[in-house]
Design a protein around this ligand. Structure first.
Ligand SMILES: Cc1ncc(COP(=O)(O)O)c(C=O)c1O
Length: 373
């Protein structure tokens, strides 16, 4: 529970309460429909989200983690196959690769984008490599054209992890539409958040979509007949109905996020703090505003004294965490990832963050410049 008066890093309650009346009405509609799982709301949401992204197919699943796992399986990744990804990500990316028995391999990141560095990929490809999972970290698009070019050269599949990047784009093309498939999360704090768990696989490859649709429900292509060994990972009607309410506001919400980010940028201009890059021709979804700070602990304490919460995304990269330490190829050579994890701090940023809070945060950021050293 956030101490009262403190500005939180995210506030899914406030973001959702903007739609309270319509959400309550939609819940009532689902209640009386008698259809609770994979019904008309899910079908409609899948079509609306696919159209919004510019892809042919969307398959609603139970979480973003399952979406990564199911997308990989649908692309034919098998137990024992290697999948190259990053260590500076939510542990879910790596857990999803391992969930299907595949083997994660870590590539270091580009210090500017903080996403996978495509030039390192050829050094990591082995004869077991089957796929790449670039993560659009914090809402910053990974360099998809370069990644797709290298993937084509080595015959690899690409599954984009878009859990933090709904609406991020390169040259007006939304992320999720570059790879062979992509995974989204609708965890409540995401740019498009449900009121529970939810996720989606998107693709424009019909075979991949058909396989994924079967895999999410026991491998059924026909009811009660499993043609593949699948799992249960279905999106429910309540979450889909809520996502349908929020989707039309997503572009505007991302714009609001970017406006707040611009104010933080100018407040921090000329300080010792590095703000997320503005990269030409890319739209940042600004899921998280993550700065880099040489005196991170002092900076966090300073903000806390001004009643401003901060977070670390992530306090440890995946290869540094007890479950993964020393077990993942590539983990021994991630200097940029390791430097960054010492410096990153996440500031509060969500679409319903009140103007008065933004002003208070900017004042504190400006005051950091004049602190007593
Ligand atoms: C980059 C990334 N990938 C995957 C996931 C997994 O999503 P979920 O929490 O819906 O399983 C998350 C969510 O935290 C994420 O941030």
């Amino acid at each position: 529970m956030m101490p009262s008066g403190q500005i939180p890093v995210a506030n899914p309650l406030l973001d959702s309460m903007r739609h309270e009346a319509v959400i309550r009405a939609a819940m009532g509609r689902v209640l009386t429909s008698g259809d609770y799982i994979l019904g008309p709301e899910v079908l409609a949401f899948e079509q609306e989200f696919a159209t919004w992204l510019g892809v042919d197919h969307c398959i609603g699943v139970a979480s973003g983690t399952d979406a990564v796992a199911l997308a990989l399986r649908s692309c034919g990744v098998q137990p024992g196959d290697e999948v190259i990804t990053v260590s500076l990500t939510a542990v879910a990316t790596v857990a999803a690769i391992q969930q299907i028995g595949a083997v994660p391999v870590f590539a270091d990141i580009d210090p500017l984008t903080r996403c996978i560095n495509p030039s390192l990929l050829p050094l990591l490809v082995s004869d077991r490599t089957k796929a790449i999972v670039p993560v659009h970290l914090y809402g910053q698009p990974a360099p998809m054209p370069d990644i797709m070019r290298i993937a084509a050269q080595y015959g690899l599949w690409v599954v984009e992890d878009c859990a933090q990047a709904h609406g991020a784009a390169i040259a007006n093309q939304k992320v999720g539409s570059f790879g062979h498939a992509a995974a989204f999360s609708f965890y409540p704090t995401k740019n498009l958040g449900a009121l529970g768990d939810g996720g989606a696989v998107v693709t424009s490859l019909t075979d991949v979509a058909d396989t994924c649709r079967a895999l999410r429900q026991y491998g059924w292509q026909e009811r009660f007949i499993s043609s593949l060994p699948g799992i249960n990972s279905r999106l429910d009607e309540l979450q889909a109905a809520i996502l349908r309410i929020k989707l039309p506001f997503l572009t505007d919400d991302n714009h609001k996020r970017n406006l707040i980010a611009a104010q933080y940028r100018s407040a921090l201009h000329g300080t010792d703090i590095t703000t997320p890059p503005l990269i030409a021709n890319t739209a940042h979804a600004m899921h998280l505003f993550v700065v880099e700070c040489p005196q991170r602990d002092k900076f966090r304490k300073f903000l806390l004294e001004h009643q401003i919460a901060t977070a670390l995304h992530y306090p440890q990269a995946v290869h540094q965490q007890p479950a993964y330490r020393g077990c993942i190829r590539g983990g021994e050579n991630l200097p940029i990832t390791e430097t960054l994890t010492q410096r990153i701090v996440t500031l509060p940023l969500f679409p319903s963050l009140p103007e008065s809070s933004v002003t208070k945060i900017c004042a504190a950021l400006e005051a950091w410049r004049y602190r007593e050293q």
